[in-house]
Design a protein around this ligand. Sequence first.
Ligand SMILES: *[C@@H]1O[C@H](CO)[C@@H](O)[C@H](O)[C@H]1NC(C)=O
Ligand SMILES: *[C@@H]1O[C@H](CO)[C@@H](O)[C@H](O)[C@H]1NC(C)=O
Ligand SMILES: *[C@@H]1O[C@H](CO)[C@@H](O)[C@H](O)[C@H]1NC(C)=O
Ligand SMILES: *[C@@H]1O[C@H](CO)[C@@H](O)[C@H](O)[C@H]1NC(C)=O
Ligand SMILES: *[C@@H]1O[C@H](CO)[C@@H](O)[C@H](O)[C@H]1NC(C)=O
Ligand SMILES: *[C@@H]1O[C@H](CO)[C@@H](O)[C@H](O)[C@H]1NC(C)=O
Ligand SMILES: *[C@@H]1O[C@H](CO)[C@@H](O)[C@H](O)[C@H]1NC(C)=O
Ligand SMILES: *[C@@H]1O[C@H](CO)[C@@H](O)[C@H](O)[C@H]1NC(C)=O
Ligand SMILES: *[C@@H]1O[C@H](CO)[C@@H](O)[C@H](O)[C@H]1NC(C)=O
Ligand SMILES: *[C@@H]1O[C@H](CO)[C@@H](O)[C@H](O)[C@H]1NC(C)=O
Ligand SMILES: *[C@@H]1O[C@H](CO)[C@@H](O)[C@H](O)[C@H]1NC(C)=O
Ligand SMILES: *[C@@H]1O[C@H](CO)[C@@H](O)[C@H](O)[C@H]1NC(C)=O
Length: 798
Amino acid sequence: MANNVFIRLLFLIITSSGFLFHEIIKLGSCQGDHQRGCIDTEKVALLKFKQGVTDPSGRLSSWVGDNCCKWRGVVCNNRSGHVIKLKLRYLDGDGTEGELGGKISPALLDLKYLNYLDLSMNNFGGIPIPEFIGSLEKLRYLNLSGASFETLDLGFNDLGGFLPNSLGKLSNVKSLWLWDNSFVGSIPSTIGNLSYLEELYLSDNPMNGTIPETLGGLSKLVAIELSENPLTGVVTEAHFSNLTSLKEFSNYRVTPRVSLVFNISPEWIPPFKLSLLRIRSCQMGPKFPAWLRNQTELTSVVLSNAGISDTIPEWFWRLDLHLNELDIGSNNLGGRVPNSMKFLPGATVDLEENNFQGPLPLWSSNVMRLNLYDNFFSGPIPQEFGERMSMLTDLDLSWNALNGTIPLSFGKLTNLLTLVISNNHLSGGIPEFWNGLPYLYVLDMNNNNLSGELPSSMGSLRFVRFLMISNNHLSGEIPSALQNCTAIHTLDLGGNRFSGNVPAWIGERMPNLLILRLRSNLFHGSIPSQLCTLSSLHIMDLGENNLSGFIPSCVGNLSGMASEIDSQRYEGELMVWRKGREDLYKSILYLVNSVDLSNNNLSGEVPEGVTNLSRLGTLNLSINHLIGKIPDKIGSLQGLETLDLSRNQLSGVIPPGMASLTSLNHLNLSYNNLSGRIPTGNQLQTLDDPSIYENNPALCGPPTTAKCPGDDEPPKPRSGDSEEDENENGDGFEMTWFYVSMGPGFAVGFWGVCGTLIVKNSWRHAYFRLVYDVKEWLLMVISLNVARLRRKLNLGSI
Ligand SMILES: *[C@@H]1O[C@H](CO)[C@@H](O)[C@H](O)[C@H]1NC(C)=O
Ligand SMILES: *[C@@H]1O[C@H](CO)[C@@H](O)[C@H](O)[C@H]1NC(C)=O
Ligand SMILES: *[C@@H]1O[C@H](CO)[C@@H](O)[C@H](O)[C@H]1NC(C)=O
Ligand SMILES: *[C@@H]1O[C@H](CO)[C@@H](O)[C@H](O)[C@H]1NC(C)=O
Ligand SMILES: *[C@@H]1O[C@H](CO)[C@@H](O)[C@H](O)[C@H]1NC(C)=O
Ligand SMILES: *[C@@H]1O[C@H](CO)[C@@H](O)[C@H](O)[C@H]1NC(C)=O
Ligand SMILES: *[C@@H]1O[C@H](CO)[C@@H](O)[C@H](O)[C@H]1NC(C)=O
Ligand SMILES: *[C@@H]1O[C@H](CO)[C@@H](O)[C@H](O)[C@H]1NC(C)=O
Ligand SMILES: *[C@@H]1O[C@H](CO)[C@@H](O)[C@H](O)[C@H]1NC(C)=O
Ligand SMILES: *[C@@H]1O[C@H](CO)[C@@H](O)[C@H](O)[C@H]1NC(C)=O
Ligand SMILES: *[C@@H]1O[C@H](CO)[C@@H](O)[C@H](O)[C@H]1NC(C)=O
Ligand SMILES: *[C@@H]1O[C@H](CO)[C@@H](O)[C@H](O)[C@H]1NC(C)=O
């Protein structure tokens, strides 16, 4: 069971109205017993409770003797002597530590005046929340946070849904915090009895049932937080009919799967004025919700992946909202975006994946994060952009139709952490303003029409981790100033016209390099042996250049290709040649270990050391002038999926160990001088396309038609479709991994500067808020979501 994963926190705080508090005091004084000790029935109840729980650290060892009011954690009313509080959280205020476990005895019900029960952070090993807790009618504080209560117990099921109907008995409750548990089913309709309820926090549960209309009667309700539940059904006006106090409504789901539908009439006038509306992955459209017309107090509007195919109505822009969050991404919204929007300091604006068009909007300097990814914005980036939006920390303008040059005013964006302007039509040179962006962490200018040389001021990007400028028309040598960019993880300069030698200092000055891609340039000279010291490297792509000389014999020192990659490390996106085609890889990059030196002018032998790279997935040395034998120990590359040695002058026999490569599904040995019998067995048996071996005149045996000396039978060609199957299976496997790994990686996007800062999906927003407070230059980025990734992956080679 995934309970341990899902039930990490159980947070139930129930606070009843102050009215009741006075009542308790009053009841207490009616008893009139002055300064009396402990009441016997309550002492017995506490002892029963003590019996039920396990207490390895002896926290309850003081629970002996007559006066239970003196026992640790027990608080009595001074006058009546009734036990009113049990304070037994794991880490007590006085520093007492020790975990309670076991069972919670229903004898607690005898503590009729108990108004405060704190069992938080203990470990009740997954027992259900005792149902009788609903009967502790005087309770106004109940904290079971982190106490490992489990609720996936059918015995706990009580007429409808796994949240007990008895919840409705807690009629004085003001706050109900039930987030991050394992509640399933529906919200019980008895919730409508909690007429004092002000806060309802149910986020992060697997509740897949419906929301009851009785919720709509809770006129004191201020905040409803239902995010990250797979709730189903239809939400109508009735669910909100009397919510006159409502300020915050949140139902945000990171997953793109839509299960909850809002069916609200465009004429409806809500009884509330919301300040926060956060809805993601619920069906709201196809029309832009007209009931927002009267919502003039909104500061946060999230309507993303909400199935809205519309233009944003004029009245919305005229509401004169001052927003700190606007996220209407992943819809089909079109039209132009006015410059008139107003934002609060630190605002996030996300319009990604829509059909917005026209010029880029220019908003106030308060905007801190701007994501316009994947729209049809066109024309130049306004020259004054950097001055007008000077507080930006994260800017994503990628996948639009922007042209013109990179404005010099970008150099004024001194807080910028991420700059993503890839996949536009930007042209001209790369300006020399980089010393104005000292904290830049991600720079992605891939797929534009930039020309000229790399400016040496890029050397001031001391923290840059992702430097991606592939597929432009850049030329010249890599400036030696880049030696200062020692934090680089991904260096992708592929698809340009860079020339000169591959700098040896890449090996010396960029020790964190995971990905080095210089493919399709005009680099010449030999491969510097200093690259062998890059012990984290797991993709080295130097293909399609004019490199000569030997493959460094130290290539076996690339220990990153022989060890497990930290699966939670994000390395950006990259075009990778693999299995005979170029694909865009993203979060599964960590599974790709690749050495690609193809299409150069390399000579000499394939170094034996290459067989040390035990986790290598792709080895492509095709189209060079390599001589000698295929290394005997090639069979030790157990992760090898792609091996392309074609179009060299390799000779000798194919090592029999090749047959032990069980993952191999793309093999090309054609156009060499290999000889002897083609080994058979295992995976090789399925790689039966004769073209794999063609133009090796001295090779014989299946799948070629050449007979080996001594063979009598003419060989039968094997069936041709199994390779295809294998490839497909291979891809299926990859996609599985892709989706698995996407969870941790992609809701967040790129991350933290200070090492591997991983953020759980559901924490994303908390994290972003945190960052607003923290003056550190922690990296944030523009969230990337599943649809975007899938789309990009499907693009294949660009
Ligand atoms: C009860 O007594 C304790 C100590 O004797 C004191 O600190 C506390 O304030 C008293 N509470 C009330 C409600 O009188
Ligand atoms: C509930 O208990 C947790 C853990 O002991 C604590 O951090 C939290 O502040 C408590 N909640 C309230 C509202 O007191
Ligand atoms: C609670 O609500 C249900 C219907 O939702 C109702 O039948 C019941 O009488 C209510 N109980 C109390 C104590 O108000
Ligand atoms: C909710 O989940 C449970 C258990 O996974 C399943 O049996 C039930 O059919 C689901 N209900 C809905 C409405 O999807
Ligand atoms: C809403 O409030 C009105 C008047 O207070 C009441 O008549 C009506 O029954 C309430 N509706 C719901 C669904 O609670
Ligand atoms: C809502 O807006 C309409 C017109 O857009 C207006 O007539 C009505 O008075 C407003 N209602 C409230 C409660 O503000
Ligand atoms: C930019 O694109 C527009 C059309 O969208 C075109 O009219 C204009 O000439 C282009 N400008 C440049 C500098 O390419
Ligand atoms: C690319 O830029 C060059 C000059 O820098 C220009 O002549 C050419 O038209 C541009 N190509 C496109 C497709 O914009
Ligand atoms: C590179 O670093 C050195 C020493 O920190 C510094 O003097 C130099 O100016 C830097 N170069 C660039 C281009 O930032
Ligand atoms: C490749 O490099 C060699 C020197 O190593 C040089 O002579 C040749 O012109 C280069 N070819 C191209 C296409 O740049
Ligand atoms: C490769 O590793 C070996 C052993 O660790 C070491 O002696 C050698 O210097 C390394 N070579 C290079 C070029 O780093
Ligand atoms: C390959 O390299 C040799 C020197 O190693 C050079 O003479 C030759 O011109 C190069 N070939 C090409 C096509 O660049």
